[in-house]
Write a new protein. Structure first.
Length: 205
């Protein structure tokens, strides 16, 4: 009787654990489907393939589906990455240099495309991961293996996106932690428009 009770308890715990992990994929789907606009602060840590070097940066992330976003890096130096739906612009303030690429070729199946309106099930294989650090995790792996990154794990605190954990095709590991997430923002029509400053070197690819 005792063994039977223990077995039933273990089965219930395992079932509950699997259900909780499965919810992380549902949460990701709901986030992509329901959250149309948002803004958050972020910190980013990039670790070299050998694990010996780390770079840290921080700034603000804004997005409006479909296919518009803005990463404004403030520290350690100013850099702007803007997707306007047609092109992706990268602007380096120190160099006063701007470069652009067509949106489709710049993003493809990338974390930015995933967050701002990429074809979730068309471009990515989704899987639930065990809970870690108090977050529910879902993993998205590109179906095409010739891109710039291998996988991204998305950590959710409740319904809010808290962490992106990215492994790229070059062996680098990047972690973005989000805070002060606000959703349902009414952005100005030109919020995701980028115009190179006067005198900037412009490179279009």
């Amino acid at each position: 009787m005792k063994k039977t009770l223990v077995s039933l308890l273990s089965l219930c715990l395992m079932t509950a654990s699997v259900a909780a992990r499965a919810d992380a994929v549902d949460t990701l789907r709901e986030f992509i489907r329901d959250v149309k606009t948002g803004r958050a602060q972020f910190t980013q840590t990039v670790t070299s393939p050998d694990g010996a070097k780390k770079k840290s940066s921080s700034g603000t992330f804004e997005f409006a589906r479909p296919n518009r976003f803005r990463f404004a890096y403030a520290k350690p130096f100013e850099q702007l990455i803007v997707g306007d739906g047609q092109k992706v612009w990268i602007y380096d303030a120190d160099l006063n240099q701007a470069s652009s690429r067509k949106f489709s070729s710049a993003l493809g199946a990338t974390p930015a495309a995933l967050l701002t309106g990429g074809a979730l099930d068309k471009d990515f294989d989704l899987a639930a991961l065990p809970m870690k650090d108090g977050l529910d995790w879902a993993q998205a792996t590109p179906k095409r293996q010739d891109g710039a990154f291998k996988s991204v794990a998305l950590g959710f605190k409740g319904k809010d996106l808290a962490v992106l954990d990215i492994h790229d095709a070059f062996g680098q590991h990047s972690v973005l932690n989000f805070s002060q997430l606000a959703t349902g923002i009414n952005f100005a029509p030109d919020a995701f428009r980028f115009t190179p400053p006067a005198g900037a070197d412009v490179i279009e690819q």
